[in-house]
Design a protein around this ligand. Sequence first.
Ligand code: ADP
Ligand code: MG
Length: 699
Amino acid sequence: MTETENLSLYDIYGSMVFNDRVMSERLPKAVYKSIQNTIHRGETLDPGIAETVANTMMIWAIEKGATHFTHWFQPLTGSSAEKHDSFISPTSDGRVIMEFSGKELIKGESDASSFPSGGLRSTFEARGYTAWDCTSPAFVKEHTLYIPTIFLSYTGEALDQKAPLMRSCDLISREALRVLRCFGNTTAHGIVATAGAEQEYFLIDRELYEKRPDLIFTGSTLFGAKPPKGQELSDHYFGNINERVHAFMKDVDVELWKLGISAKTEHNEAAPSQHELAPIFSTVNIATDHNQLTMELLKKVALRHGLVCLLHEKPFDGVNGSGKHNNWSLATDTGVNLFEPGATPQDNAQFIVFLCSVISAVDKYADLLRASVATASNDKRLGGGEAPPAIISIFLGDQLTDILEAIANGKRAAKRLGGVIEIGVSTLPPLPLDTSDRNRTSPFAFTGNKFEFRMPGSSDCISFCNTVLNCAVAETLRKYADRLERAEDVNLEVKAIVRDCMRKHKKVLYSGNSYSEEWRIEAERRGLWNLPTAADALPRIGDDKNVALLSRGGVLSKVEVASRVEILLQNYNKAKNIEVRVMTDMVKRQIMPACLKYAKFLSDTILSMRSCSPSLDVRCESELLADVKRFTSEMTDCMYFLEKAYLALPQETLARAEAYRDQVIPAMEQLRAVVDSAESVVARDYWPLPTYEQLLFDR
Ligand code: ADP
Ligand code: MG
């Protein structure tokens, strides 16, 4: 029995988090009040209280079993980083005391040279520091007090994912508040962007995993013939969860709950061995931290159950890949969701303005939004007929689209809307929150009171896409606020805003099947961006309009943007480089030898049969042998082409990424096709790798 088995959920939930309750119980009233103002109202942190908070935090953490503390941050590698220090401080008389100062809480020194900076700093001046982010609560995990931080260079450049995210949150809060004031709201003090990241993943048997170098080194299979049964029967989606997986999920829940992560729904996904976990949403900053922790814990807990959790976007060819649906919305600090259609005309006018701000933002910055989720692994999933294509469009549903059209055209809305839509006069009809009419193929769908961005990959950190979303919407809101603040008649101005928005940005609205070829053609006709690979998408981040957007609110400077593009392209190149090396290594040292062994077995069989009786029919053996030989010859050719393309890769980052896209990836695909064909003729006993059947169905 585990230590937590006889504890109730109430005891477990948030038990390892230095949360509001703990702070209110343990901190002196004035200190508590001061820190609450920083957390909830964005007031500058009073350094005078740091000492008290640090000491209280340490005592609490030691009670929870901590001996160490760490500044926890998210460098541009995509994962989280941490450096542990113990609380121990030796005394002159040979004892130790536990110490944790305010300075240690607020700021940490970190050698930045081993983290990607995209040329922002040269190594000799590679000093960076981490700064406490008190808006995301500290927690204890594995005997360590984790302090969420942002990571900056000494000259103030952001070296991580979270600094820009937090800056973008401030920006959208400011601009959204201005718009709210125009509608007479005087009570809200801040606006928060909220997010809930639905996490998809695969679970496979650990022993099988360990026999596949491709899974070990790249997180996905680079070879694998299709199993006789895939997901065509749709019997896995929401199907019964098997016992081993169930035990795993139960364990994951407990671990997440301890950290105050409200894992809520868990179910099987479309592909065999694929599952999903959805938390209850929170502020994007906390949601980002929680998603990083969720990914880490899914992997760790899986190992305890003899399983491996694959977060890769496309671990298996021919079955669905994994994504991370990023649900996003805006709420006032008093908890009112701004994308909830209202009950009064005034509320509705406000709702419509916020809706238009998203439509304009997403259309104008579609390339940037696409690029914010562009990685080598996500390339394998997007556009595969099972995930959104690489084209950004918005699904609003017919009813809302009609309403916007009606307002824009100054016409009466269609009858089925239940009357005339007059901003500021009548109310909107109740909008369906019904999931049945949702469009599951849209990359960016309005789902009743939030938007669901479905492009992010399962292994991605959700920071950057939310930073982009926040910045783009903030920028539109800034312009709307300028207009509304100057307007003599707010309602008339709202109509003008809707009209302008629909005229310029209606092209991004689409309610049909986004997976279809028809849409690809239509999108091209409409002039929408189609950026199929990361090599196409990432350079768009550096486009003038996008740099202007990111630098305007001080979110990322021009140099910071350039360094990020460089890092992201390098990450792409590195991922591809590993794939090529693993592929060629597996072919040379496992797959070819297996084929040759089998060929030898066949030729030996033929020889011995012939020596028994020259007239024996050896057609079966000969044909099999001919097949194997044909595939090994083709493999040799494909290897030659791949190695040639690989050796010819240019050094310059972007040119290299493009050459991977144009030369190396097609050569990899050809090699894979031959290997997969070979797998379907080589006897099972000879094949050196666990097959798709075993990986996907043996648990
Ligand atoms: P599905 O998309 O699978 O039908 P749900 O509608 O239950 O799932 O919600 C999916 C996710 O959206 C959950 O993680 C939920 O917490 C999150 N979510 C709900 N409301 C909001 C909101 N206002 N802001 C951000 N995320 C939200
Ligand atoms: Mg969803």
